[in-house]
Ligand binder design. Structure first.
Ligand code: CU
Length: 187
């Protein structure tokens, strides 16, 4: 095919596509648009029942105000980028890794299913405990030094589980206080 006949073919394809798009305008009006905005505001549900999900821990992730849970800090399923509420399928497996570029130690420690507590109230804190993320106040990664990975946790029954860092959780996170807490949603 010569260059000219190729561009002619591409032109025809573009014309066909735009004809298609014009035709679909007659269908349900803009049904995709609000859905797309919802996904952007609430983190997507991740299925990690077969391959464990890495949850990255560090100040690099900053603050994010979740539509359902409000401000959360410093935990993310993304290597870089903003903090997120972790939404996963029930039975998923997760591993926390401290890859904070500042080199500071952190933990992820459960606060139960009700709300962020007024102060850190996990029973294990800097000691590694448990392998299930559930409504207890006992599961914890223990202290994760820079580069360390936690034990593998299995996500328990449907619900939402608040958690935070034994070193950097001060009180309920607000958009400005930098209190290191987040939520795992099992769904
Ligand atoms: Cu911390």
């Amino acid at each position: 095919m010569t260059k000219n006949s190729l561009s002619a073919a591409v032109g025809a394809a573009v014309f066909a596509l735009s004809g298609c798009a014009a035709h679909s305008d007659a269908g349900p009006p803009m049904s995709g648009l609000p859905q797309t905005q919802d996904v952007a505001l609430e983190s997507p549900v991740i299925d990690a029942r077969v391959i464990p999900l890495t949850i990255h821990v560090g100040f690099d992730h900053g603050e994010h105000t979740d539509r359902t849970f409000g401000p959360v800090y410093f935990y993310s399923p993304l290597v870089s980028g903003t903090a997120q509420v972790i939404r996963v399928r029930t039975g998923s497996k997760v591993v926390f890794v401290n890859d904070d570029t500042s080199g500071i130690p952190h933990t992820a420690s459960g606060f139960g299913p009700t709300s962020f507590p007024a102060q850190f109230d996990n029973k294990s804190g800097m000691r590694r405990a448990g392998t299930t993320i559930n409504s207890s106040l006992t599961w914890s990664t223990g202290t994760l030094l820079h580069g360390q990975r936690s034990q593998t946790f299995t996500i328990g029954a449907r619900g939402h589980y608040f958690f935070g860092c034994a070193f950097h959780y001060t009180t309920r996170p607000t958009a400005v206080n930098g209190s290191m807490g987040d939520v795992i949603v099992s769904m």
